[in-house]
Design a protein around this ligand. Structure first.
Ligand code: MN3
Ligand code: MN3
Length: 331
C-alpha cells in the first residue's frame, strides 16, 4: 500500500495524445497516407502464379529472397517500430509509428502467404532454417537490431540513430530482395507475387520518408559538431551494411547471373535512403534496370499522395510511388 502514498514529485504524469493541436508537422499526413494504403495479401491472387512456378528455374533464389525479406519485416515489427515508438517523445509520431508497426506485421505475414501458395511444407521449413543459418542475413539483422535496442530514455542521439537504422533497413536493405520479384513481374513472370511486393514497397516508401523526416527534425536540433560526428557514424554504418549486402547479393543471386544489376539497384536505394535522412548521397549515379524501375508502375493502380491531403477519406485503388510522390515542399 505504501506505493500509493509515494512522494508526488516522483510520480509520473501521464499525458493524453491530443490530435487537436498539431505537435509534429506531418504526423497527420503520414497517418492518413498509411491508412489509405491498407491492404491484405489475401486480396491478391497469388495462386495464379502456381502454374508458372512449377517450371520456374530459379526457385532457390526466389525462396531465399522471400526468406530474407521475412526476417527483415519480422525485426521491423517486433523490435524496430516497437522500440522507436516506445522512446519517441511526440505522442502523435508515436501513434503513426505504432500504425507503421501493424503494417510491418502484414508484410511479414504476406511472405508466408506466398510460401504457402507456392511451396511444400518441407521447402518452407528449409527456407526458415536457411534464414537462421545465412551469415550475411544474420549480420544485417544483428547490426540493425543492436541500434534499435540501444535507445535510451530522453536521449535524442540514440533515438536519431535508431531512426537512421530504420531508414537504412526500409529504404536500402530491402531492395536486394525486392529486385527479383520486380524484375520477374515486369516480364510477366510470377506477376501476382510481384504485386504483393509492390504493395510492400509502397508502404516502405512511406515509412522511409516519414521516419527520415522525423529523424531530420531531431538532427536539426543538434550542434554542428554533433551533426558532423553523427554523419561519420552514419556513413560508416551504411558502408559496413553495404559491404555485407554485396556479399549477400553474390550469395543468393549466384545462379541467376543478376548480381551486378542487383548491386546497382542496391546502391541507387542507398542513395535514396540518405536523401530521406537529409544527407548527401554516397554512390555515383548509374543506370538501374528499367524493368525494375517500372516494377511498381506496372501494378495498374492509380493514385496520388499529397494531392489527396484534406480530401474526403476514400479507400482508393492505389498507385505507383514515384520520386515526386512525396514532394514535401507541397505541404
Ligand atoms: Mn515492411
Ligand atoms: Mn516499413
Amino acid at each position: 500500500m505504501s506505493n500509493l502514498n509515494s512522494n508526488p514529485i516522483e510520480e509520473k504524469v501521464f499525458e493524453a495524445v491530443n490530435w487537436n493541436r498539431p505537435t509534429s508537422p506531418l504526423a497527420q499526413v503520414f497517418w492518413d497516407q498509411q491508412w489509405r494504403q491498407i491492404w491484405f495479401p489475401e486480396e491478391i491472387a497469388v495462386s495464379k502464379d502456381v502454374k508458372q512456378w512449377q517450371t520456374f528455374e530459379n526457385q532457390d533464389t526466389y525462396k531465399k529472397v522471400f526468406g530474407g525479406l521475412t526476417l527483415l519485416d519480422t525485426i521491423q515489427t517486433n523490435i524496430g517500430m516497437n522500440e522507436i515508438a516506445k522512446y519517441n517523445p511526440d505522442l502523435q509520431e508515436k501513434a503513426v509509428l505504432t500504425v507503421f508497426g501493424s503494417f510491418e506485421a502484414i508484410h511479414a505475414k504476406s511472405y508466408s502467404y506466398i510460401f504457402t501458395t507456392l511451396c511444400t511444407n518441407t521447402e518452407i521449413d528449409e527456407i526458415y532454417s536457411w534464414v537462421q543459418k545465412n551469415e550475411y542475413l544474420q549480420y544485417k539483422a544483428a547490426r540493425i537490431s543492436e541500434v534499435y535496442s540501444s535507445i535510451q530514455e530522453n536521449d535524442p542521439v540514440s533515438l536519431w540513430k535508431a531512426k537512421f537504422a530504420s531508414v537504412m533497413l526500409e529504404s536500402f536493405l530491402f531492395y536486394s530482395g525486392f529486385f527479383y520479384p520486380l524484375y520477374l513481374g515486369g516480364q510477366g513472370i510470377l506477376r501476382n507475387s510481384a504485386e504483393v511486393i509492390s504493395l510492400i514497397l509502397r508502404d516502405e516508401s512511406t515509412h522511409g520518408i516519414a521516419i527520415g523526416f522525423f529523424a531530420q527534425n531531431i538532427f536539426n536540433t543538434f550542434s554542428k559538431e554533433l551533426q558532423d560526428e553523427l554523419k561519420v557514424w552514419g556513413y560508416e554504418f551504411l558502408n559496413d551494411l553495404y559491404q555485407n549486402e554485396m556479399k549477400y547479393t553474390d550469395d543468393i543471386y549466384a545462379e541467376t547471373g543478376l548480381s551486378r544489376e542487383v548491386k546497382a539497384y542496391v546502391r541507387y536505394n542507398a542513395n535514396k535512403a540518405l536523401m530521406n535522412l537529409g544527407l548527401d548521397t554516397m554512390f555515383p549515379e548509374e543506370e538501374v534496370n528499367p524493368i525494375v524501375m517500372n516494377g511498381i508502375a506496372n501494378t495498374g493502380s492509380t493514385y496520388d499522395f499529397f494531392s489527396q491531403k484534406g480530401a474526403t477519406y476514400a479507400v482508393a485503388k492505389v498507385a505507383p510511388i514515384t520520386d515526386d510522390t512525396f514532394d514535401l515542399s507541397n505541404c
